[in-house]
Design a binder for this molecule. Structure first.
Ligand code: P53
Length: 474
């Protein structure tokens, strides 16, 4: 068994990390537009968004980003040169509904994505579009409390219907929410949540999650009705199997429980219902999810067609004992340090076999096609003689693609693979430009200086051959 003949090879970006033009043509502020650059500063802001909103920072990396809003034609041309079959990007919600609660969309924003998708089709590239990738309109967070407020469902549904109607002949693959489990880890990014002193955060996070899950089903329903039955709607999980620290039974049990905190979302989106374990999980967290009549039926009736996910690393958990386990430096997901794994320059553990494990478990659980929509290595690149010798990136990707193919041989049905940040862009977690993922180097630094010029890295030609040979030539 090998990859499908129509395997969708490509790359992925997100509007908020690439487009820039943050106020152009009527765009409103998104969550990300108030965030500064730089590891600690950024992380502090993500954890204290109220304070961040009131602070004036020297530099906001999303405001210009890599200026994809203006460069998309030359960038897509480069993607086509690599042979991309698919290009994953997101629609910026605040470009379409600047504040989020308007009744009428912003035509200039809609027009931009018309042009962008047309440009993809010019080269036979299929767009794969995320409706909400960390950029809920800021106004919905400050005025409505973000996704804790059930009203967000209505605003999101209106937005989804508008873009589905507009692009129904141009886009076949849709993702409802990027990394839907992010609400538990970076609640501001995931759901525009800001907390008051003394609130039960778990309560608010899971309530917000319920609203997103309902919204996701409503978008799926709308997609079926507007685009047609053969539209492909997917969920999107920040995946990565949680390993037990040891073979101690308590560690194993803890790993099962931690994994369920990810699966919880996909259980609802794919199977159409809250799994039986959620009852006890919520009780222990003091969570009572408020549902309205019709929610359960809707979730059941409109599950997703495929399961997409990002994979950067496996994770590690240890049961409550006196054992001291060193923690990994990666900040979004708490994880112990796995002594068998190496780390990236940003402390993300590198585990290609973990991708095979994750794929097998996801497929066993849901029996629906999978799509890897993010994977890659964030690294410091040195531009020399107009190129970057990024053998480390080639090695990282080769190792992961090998394991991906093993998983397909194991019997997993896989639709495609889009590497993260196929062109360098702003890091979500740190706001840095320096943390680069691309096959294409963008001359812009952490402070926003640089010409913005594009250069092909060594991995550019490598990936081109991978695609040409449908994964045979790694
Ligand atoms: P960066 C961690 C922190 C923030 C976003 O991350 C994350 C993760 C890891 O899962 O998720 C995705 O840019 C996300 C992308 C992001 C990518 O990981 O912090 O969907 O937007 O850029 C990589 O290195």
């Amino acid at each position: 068994m090998s990859l499908r003949a129509d395997f969708l090879w490509g790359g992925a970006i997100a509007a908020n990390q690439a487009e820039g033009a943050y106020q152009k043509d009527g765009k409103g502020m998104g969550l990300v537009d108030i965030l500064p650059a730089g590891g600690e500063l950024r992380w502090h802001a993500l954890e204290n968004p109220k304070q961040a909103i009131e602070t004036t920072y020297d530099h906001y990396p999303s405001h210009e980003a890599i200026d994809f809003y203006h460069t998309y034609k030359e960038d897509i041309k480069l993607f086509a040169e690599m042979g991309f079959k698919v290009f994953r990007t997101s629609i910026s919600w605040p470009r379409i509904f600047p504040k989020g609660d308007e009744l009428e969309p912003n035509e200039a924003g809609l027009k931009f994505y018309d042009d962008l998708f047309d440009e993809c089709h010019k080269y036979g590239i299929e767009p794969l579009v995320t409706l909400n990738h960390f950029d809920t309109p800021l106004y919905l967070a400050t005025e409505y409390g973000g996704w804790r407020n059930r009203k967000l469902i209505e605003f999101y549904e209106r937005y989804a219907k508008v873009v589905l109607e507009r692009y129904k002949d141009k886009v076949k693959y849709w993702l409802t929410f990027n990394e839907i489990n992010m609400v538990l880890h970076i609640p501001f990014f995931g759901a525009g949540l800001m907390f008051e002193e003394g609130e039960n955060k778990d309560q608010i996070k899971f309530q917000a999650a319920h609203h997103q899950l309902v919204a996701s089903s409503l978008a799926t329903k709308a997609a079926k009705e507007i685009v047609g039955e053969d539209v492909m709607v997917g969920c999107m999980l920040a995946a990565g199997e949680v390993y037990p620290y040891s073979c101690h039974p308590d560690d194993m049990l803890k790993a099962v429980q931690e994994n369920r905190k990810q699966y919880f979302f996909i259980d609802v989106q794919s199977r159409g219902e809250y799994s039986t374990y959620t009852k006890r999980m919520f009780e222990e967290l003091g969570v009572e999810v408020e549902m309205e009549q019709g929610d359960k039926e809707l979730l059941k009736k409109y599950p997703v067609d495929f399961i997409s996910f990002s994979y950067y690393s496996s994770r590690l958990t240890v049961a409550d004992t006196d054992r001291q386990v060193e923690q990994s430096a990666a900040n979004a997901f708490e994880s112990g340090k796995n002594p068998y794994l190496e780390e990236s320059e940003w402390g993300w553990q590198i585990d290609p076999v973990g991708l095979r494990v994750t794929m097998n478990n996801l497929y066993d659980r849901y029996q629906k096609p999978l799509f890897i929509v993010e994977n890659g290595l964030g690294a410091v690149d040195e531009l020399e003689d107009d190129t970057v010798e990024d053998d480390y990136r080639i090695e990282y990707m080769r190792d992961h693609l090998e394991q991906m193919i093993e998983a397909v041989k194991d019997g997993v049905d896989l639709l495609g693979y889009t590497s993260w940040g196929c062109i360098d862009l702003v890091s979500a977690g740190t706001g840095e430009m320096k943390k680069r993922y691309g096959f294409i180097y963008v001359d812009r630094d952490n402070d926003g200086n640089g010409t913005g010029k594009r250069y092909k890295k060594k991995s550019f030609d490598w990936y081109k051959k991978v695609i040409e040979s449908n994964g045979k030539q790694l």
